[in-house]
Design a protein. Sequence first.
Length: 330
Amino acid sequence: MTAPRPYALLAEITYRCPLHCPYCSNPVAAPLCEASHRPRDGGYRNGELATEEWKRIIREAAALGVLQIGFSGGEPLDRRDLVELIREAREAKLYTNLITSGIGLDDDRVRALRDAGLDSIQLSFQSDESTLADEIAGARAHEHKLNVAAKIREAGIPLSLNFVIHRRNIDRLPQMITLAEALGAERVELANVQFYGWAFRNRAALLPTREQVDRARDIAIAAKARLADKIEIFYVLPDYYESRPKPCLHGWGQRYLTVNPIGDVLPCPTASSAIPDCVSKMSAHAISRGSGANRRASTDSAERNGCRSRVGVVRKKKSISAVAVVRRRY
């Protein structure tokens, strides 16, 4: 029996980011970002993979059968070699998507990314208006994001928007959808916050009520129908008020792979921080040379050894008026 091949690679090329969102997907533990076994010659600070290492991973992913690559972080624009990596992915015939806060993106860089072959950009927003958005981001960024969205459209690059939905902004979902319309987005991801890493640490401040979640779902469904011919709306379901957690990415490593900044190949973007005991170190080359049976065995074993047992479901809502937020500072 042939195992399904992964068709998408998430390349987390750096943990560095100018924002300090309370739901940041970066590891909570600083040692994961320091990676004392690196850098090698030509490597990046904080132990990040060097340019040539990322190029090799891109080529190996294409040989494995991957069709698309998303460049993420942290903030991928913090890497000076981003244009070079996108050009490498284009030469490998991969569809390329940049997942970014937009900080560090100006006219020259937008054009350089386009000319290197970038296919699309997903721009993150924390809310629809500056005061709340900047408060959530821990930095003044919202107005810059609005300007960046216009630059992306002017350059002819397809624009997607991403909103992480949580207690602080969930009641402004209609306004966020209106913003997406005004900015000319072709796709909008409304992602209910996933409670791992920093979001789990800040869950008391981020967890919405059941009523908020139910209302947001109805708003998203209505908007998806209303804008069907104009914007593709993707609503990421929450599972913390459901009777059971939602399926995890069609099975670990079977459709998606993640490579983090220090070179770990993960079967799930959350694996290193949410369920560290399930992760083993291997290279993309090893995966591409490994048999389907071995790949199935490793992911099935990982799920048996803790992934399923560690997923929690919140069944009771809590009333919290003011809760301190812990922010990433590295």
